[in-house]
Write a new protein. Structure first.
Lengths: 125, 596
């Protein structure tokens, strides 16, 4: 170890890896919840979940918690992802795939703009 | 991509309750479901709740599973990991409230809520065998800061300002100790870490070394820079194999990263650490005996002066601190002396780790701000006394400490208030006793320990403690007189004044403090020939009451055939034959047998 910079480089690299173990300020966390019941998994929820984690880590988003849940109930629209803000506002995205994830992360999580076209409101249009 | 971390405790407590089997079961179950690339299993240090081990936490949800068995793993993987449904029936019960609502975080549970983890901050969070994880949690940042931006004098001033006192028990101000060591002009100096944790019931140093070994390496390096030392020794007992193993791994990793060795962080500072194993002699926790043992000699204390800061290991000036003291150092450097001084009481700053043991629900490791009351520790964090029994006393400081009776349960825990009531902070063992404990028996237990562990160098300790034990034996077998009690007390003070080292000087403390608060129990043994708590066998008698139905079960169970009586008639115990084993009492279906 020859310098503090070297140490900080290791730290920055590792922080992504340990970020899963709790977020500093629990009150400011945006939760991304992926439906992972049998229906969700069968419809392809796993690649969606993995894509979310990958994107969130790559962008170093600190206050986003990607987690999973059971059946949300609208099995015909799976894979379903819900994004819940710290204030409790919920957005439900349906018929998700990995490509849609990138856009949602960029628009919704980074720029705080809901991607209307993927939401449940527009599911049957 | 990793989406979930499963942390399993690998401390000694959980290891002995089978955490390695849990880890193996997890790994094979994950592999079977093809999840090994999505879920990472991490072995960590102690979470503190040893009574409920093995402990397992699943992130990102933070679900806290307790008493995990390999047989639960398939269900946890298929439900929680694959479907995201937390398996509530296996969760730590305290992590849900009475309505079944889960607490958002573990920190809201009664066990953790009043704790403040400074020395234990990484225990149960990082993998102790991975230096990168330590670095991710600000590891070695303090060392970098010290080496590149601070002078040794500034470091010492910072430690002085923080008000940190030695966590080994005596509570000497750490900054002052560093200052003395730095004033010595010798070219070669050593720093030393006392990890010879010997108090019965204390295991916080072990947990720090097992859960966060790099913190000790970093802190020793900072200390070495501050006092001008070039070499460090960690004296650790061989009975702590997991701690020794992890510390060695940590030292090797630090060397590989150039965090130990020459020109650390590109400066002129060079430092190296080696481990010295102790054979588990209690006296080697005394610093002069510890240093004698490191030199390869029989672990016996030597008179002071000369103090170790003048003549320590191999006659080189040596500065010695306890593990927990070191564990606080990097945090103080990073967060500042004011942050640390903001916790605790006027003369006792910061936090203290206690190993809770004895008659308490949550046996385990807790870290609390100084000034927390004993009641909060026992009732809130510790979960109270099991089986609805009444709290009688708490013993702090192990064989050197004393008892705190129930009447003083609202005492604020810090160095001075404990000393004022005749106990001591000690290294942090806290043994809780209920109404079934006999205080004379407790004193006898500790004296048996010190008699065993006395090194024999000085007469007051070698002969004196043996005599003390003989008095206690006499008392518990009902053969003592009140004169013996006076003689016992006098001998206690004599040993205190004349023993060579801390072991002997403090050995009478368990007797003196129980005498102070529970003298009536001693008198009951001597005058009434009774043991009020029903512990001392010689003073007990088992009797069969009229509730006896004559079922003959006790007579058949008695190993020495001391019970006689016909079927359906009241039985009788022959006191001459009875060995007071209690088998009859525990087998009686009618509660017809009493002891008095």
């Amino acid at each position: 170890m020859k310098s503090l910079e070297e140490l900080r480089a290791i730290k920055a690299k590792m922080q992504n890896n340990v970020q899963l173990r709790g977020v500093d300020d629990a009150d400011s966390v945006v939760r991304v919840v992926v439906g992972m019941a049998t229906c969700g998994i069968a419809a392809g929820a796993r690649p969606v979940l993995n894509k979310f984690i990958e994107e969130v880590q790559n962008r170093g988003l600190k206050n986003v918690l990607v987690t999973q849940t059971g059946c949300i109930g609208v099995c015909r629209l799976e894979p379903i992802v819900e994004i819940i803000t710290p204030t409790g506002e919920k957005t439900t995205y349906v018929k998700m795939d990995a490509d849609k994830v990138s856009k949602i992360v960029h628009e919704h999580l980074v720029n705080n703009r809901v991607v209307e076209e993927y939401t449940i409101a527009n599911a049957d249009k | 991509m990793i989406r979930s971390h499963i942390l399993v405790c690998g401390g000694t407590g959980c290891t002995s309750s089978g955490s390695q089997k849990v880890i193996d079961a997890l790994n094979s179950e994950l592999a079977e479901n093809n999840l090994q690339d999505e879920v990472k299993v991490v072995m960590t240090g102690c979470f503190g709740l040893c009574a409920l081990g093995p402990i397992m936490i699943v992130y990102p949800e933070g679900a806290f599973y307790s008493r995990v068995e390999p047989s639960m793993i398939p269900e946890i993987v298929s439900e929680h990991i694959i479907k995201g449904r937390v398996v509530k029936k296996y969760l730590y019960t305290e992590s849900t409230d009475e309505n079944g609502v889960e607490h958002d975080s573990l920190n809201d549970t009664a066990f953790y809520k009043k704790q403040k983890r400074v020395a234990l901050r990484n225990c149960g969070v990082i993998n102790p065998e991975n230096i990168d994880e330590y670095i991710a949690y600000d590891g070695y940042e303090a060392l970098g800061k010290v080496l590149t931006t601070m002078t040794p004098a500034e470091v010492i001033q910072c430690i002085k300002d923080s008000g940190l006192r030695g966590r080994g028990g005596a509570g000497f101000p750490t900054g002052l100790k560093w200052d003395f060591a730095s004033r010595n002009k010798s070219k070669i100096k050593y720093v030393c870490c006392n990890a010879d944790e010997g108090d019965p019931g204390a295991f916080m140093d072990r947990s720090v070394l097992e859960g966060d070994p790099h913190a000790i390496i970093e802190a020793m390096s900072i200390a070495a820079y501050a006092v001008g030392a070039c070499r460090g020794f960690v004296y650790i007992r061989a009975e702590y194999p997991i701690a020794v193993h992890r510390l060695q791994i940590a030292i090797n990793q630090a060397k590989e990263y150039g965090l130990l060795g020459d020109n650390i962080f590109g400066t002129d500072f060079c430092f190296d650490i080696e481990i010295r194993l102790g054979a588990g002699a209690f006296v080697c926790g005394e610093e002069t005996a510890l240093m004698t043992s490191i030199e390869g000699n029989r672990g016996e204390p030597r008179p002071r002066p000369p103090f170790p800061s003048d003549k320590g290991i191999f006659s080189i000036p040596t500065m010695n601190n306890n593990v927990e003291t070191y564990a606080n150092i990097p945090q103080i450097i990073l967060k500042g002396a004011d942050w640390f001084a903001g916790m605790g009481t006027e003369n006792s700053k910061g936090t203290k780790v206690f190993a809770l043991g004895g008659k308490i629900v949550n046996t385990g490791l807790v870290e609390i701000p100084m000034g927390t009351t004993l009641r909060e520790i026992i009732e809130d964090i510790g979960g109270g006394i099991p089986n609805g029994k009444k709290f009688k006393a708490a013993q702090t400081g192990g064989p050197s400490g004393g008892c705190i009776p129930a009447s003083l349960i609202d005492t604020h825990i810090d160095y001075d208030s404990l000393a004022a009531i005749g106990s001591m902070m000690g290294s942090g063992g806290l043994i809780v006793m209920d109404e079934d404990n006999c205080m004379v028996d407790i004193a006898k237990f500790f004296l048996e320990f010190t008699v065993d562990e006395s090194c024999g160098k000085c007469t007051p300790c070698r002969v004196g403690t043996k005599r003390l034990l003989e008095y206690l034996d006499k008392i518990t077998s009902g053969k003592a007189t009140m004169q013996d009690l006076d003689d016992l007390e006098e001998l206690c003070y004599y040993i205190k004044d004349n023993a060579l080292c801390g072991l002997g000087q403090t050995a009478p403390n368990p007797i003196l403090s129980t005498l102070k608060y529970f003298r009536d129990e001693y008198v009951a043994h001597i005058v009434d020939k009774k043991c009020p708590a029903g512990v001392c066998k010689s003073l007990l008698q088992y009797k069969i009451t009229d509730a006896c139905k004559g079922c003959t079960l006790c007579a058949r169970k008695c190993p020495v055939n001391a019970i006689s009586g016909a079927v359906k008639e009241k039985h009788v115990i022959d006191p001459a034959k009875c060995i007071k084993c209690g088998v009859c009492m525990s087998n009686c279906k009618f509660n017809a047998i009493i002891k008095e």
